[in-house]
Design a protein. Structure first.
Length: 272
């Protein structure tokens, strides 16, 4: 006779007991096998594991020391970068101040150069250069006055304050003689080439090198202006080209002067 007994948690059957027993046996076997496996591993790898552990501890200690050293280096680098930023900021401010000073000084130098050039040009307004006088001829004021008196057919003596040759090496025989510079001569500018005995001399205004270069740049413009009736032009004493066509104009830039001359050429002649 089979008796089935009901419980609070379920049916109490032989199958349930066998399953529970199997579970307990398997759990015990797992524990035993794990323990056996551990013991076998310890017996086989015991020394190696100890060595690995010691090496890992050494690597960890070395890594820690390296980290400390790197942190110190980073702190030093941060301090250095901060100092460099401060120094660079100071240098940048100083450079800005120096650039402003250099620009101011450059502008002042340009103004002074222009003033010096203007003063030198003005001081040479009454000077002329005589080309073609042999080196053996004297360059005294008396000799040059006599030479110009004969060349220009002037009855009265020409008053010359100073006469000299430029500070250049004496030319060799057969080379072109140095020019003779004279001061306070007015009539001689009207004639360029003169015949005096066996000499052919030329008379030019005494310009500075900068003024001569500046005036020569306007050669084409002056050639255009010469072809326009009624236009008067000339250089007063500097490198500014002044001309009059209805209204006066003074132009220093070659490009502007070329455009103005081209415009005048295209205008009807009744406006010139």
């Amino acid at each position: 006779m089979l008796v089935i007994r009901h419980t609070k948690f379920g049916l109490n059957t032989p199958n349930l007991r066998s399953r529970s027993l199997k579970t307990e046996i398997l759990t015990s076997l797992r524990k035993d096998l794990a323990e056996i496996f551990r013991s076998e591993l310890r017996s086989v790898l015991g020394d190696d594991l100890a060595t690995i552990k010691s090496e890992l501890h050494a690597v960890k200690a070395e890594f820690s020391n390296s980290m400390v050293s790197m942190q110190m280096d980073m702190s030093t680098l941060k301090s250095t970068v901060k100092d460099m930023e401060h120094s660079l900021s100071t240098c940048s401010d100083d450079i800005t101040v120096l650039q402003e000073k250099v620009e101011s000084l450059s502008a002042a130098v340009v103004k002074l150069e222009d003033k010096c050039e203007d003063l030198e040009v003005r001081s040479r307004r009454n000077n002329i250069r005589i080309i073609g006088v042999p080196e053996e001829n004297p360059s005294t004021t008396v000799a040059i006055s006599k030479l110009l008196k004969e060349a220009l057919n002037i009855d009265k003596d020409i008053i010359i304050d100073r006469s000299h040759r430029p500070l250049q090496p004496r030319p060799r025989p057969g080379e072109r003689p140095r020019t003779t510079i004279n001061k306070n001569l007015k009539r001689a500018r009207e004639k360029r080439q003169l015949r005096v005995g066996d000499m052919t001399i030329s008379i030019f205004p005494d310009f500075t090198a900068k003024t001569a270069r500046g005036r020569s740049a306007f050669s084409d413009v002056r050639q255009q202006l010469r072809s326009i009736p009624g236009v008067k032009f000339g250089f007063p004493f500097d490198t500014s080209l002044q001309f009059r066509s209805g209204s006066p104009a003074a132009i220093r830039r070659l490009q502007r002067a070329s455009k103005r001359a081209a415009a005048l050429l295209q205008m009807p002649r009744r406006y010139c």
